[in-house]
Design a protein around this ligand. Structure first.
Ligand code: GLN
Length: 185
């Protein structure tokens, strides 16, 4: 069984752990650099990306995480997608630069702060996406394949063995997106 780490510093890691297990993986909470040694891939959950950055620094985990992402599959959701990006705006902040994405934080503004949408994409038909203070992917590089879009912006993307979603796939009980990631491992 594949061992999937979930970065468990802050945010929605518990729901990811359950989703991974229900999708057929062995989920492992990761809080230290040593924790990265024994896993086949890593999920970076939603939460607050600025807080996660601070905690990554505190745990000396930023560089080890980046190095892990260069070697092994990583899936970032919401705040995790922000951390995966090459560049972050509104405001600008540091990121792991693991995917060629430009991501705008809190892109939907107050009116659509949290919302649920039904989405169908070339990579996945008809699923429910839960957006919570979600970022918007403003541009993708040539290496990136768009699996689903919403309101003309990519919301689920893949590049090599890396994936990012601007919504929360762990909250719907639909395991297809976690299975996609497990297939990458
Ligand atoms: N707004 C958060 C951020 O900027 C992300 C929200 C989420 O992960 N649900 O980091």
């Amino acid at each position: 069984m594949k061992r999937v780490g979930v970065l468990a510093l802050q945010g929605d890691f518990e729901a990811h752990r359950k989703a991974i297990e229900r999708a057929g993986g062995a989920a492992v909470e990761v809080r230290t650099a040593a924790g990265l040694d024994s896993i086949d891939g890593l999920v970076i959950p939603g939460g607050e990306s600025t807080t996660m950055l601070k905690l990554l620094d505190l745990e000396n985990l930023f560089e080890p995480l980046r190095e892990f992402g260069l070697r092994k599959p990583v899936f970032g959701t919401c705040a995790g997608a922000i951390l995966m990006a090459r560049a972050v705006t509104h405001p600008e902040q540091r990121s792991l630069e693991l995917m060629d994405l430009v991501v705008e934080r809190n892109g939907y503004g107050r009116q659509l702060d949290s919302h649920v949408a039904r989405i169908a994409g070339p990579g996945l038909d008809d699923f429910e996406a839960v957006f919570i203070r979600a970022p918007i992917i403003r541009s993708v590089g040539p290496s990136v394949r768009v699996l689903a879009t919403y309101r003309d912006a990519p919301v689920l993307v893949e590049a090599g063995r890396r994936m990012a979603a601007t919504f929360h796939p762990e909250l719907t009980g639909d395991l297809r997106i976690h299975r996609l990631f497990l297939e990458m491992l």
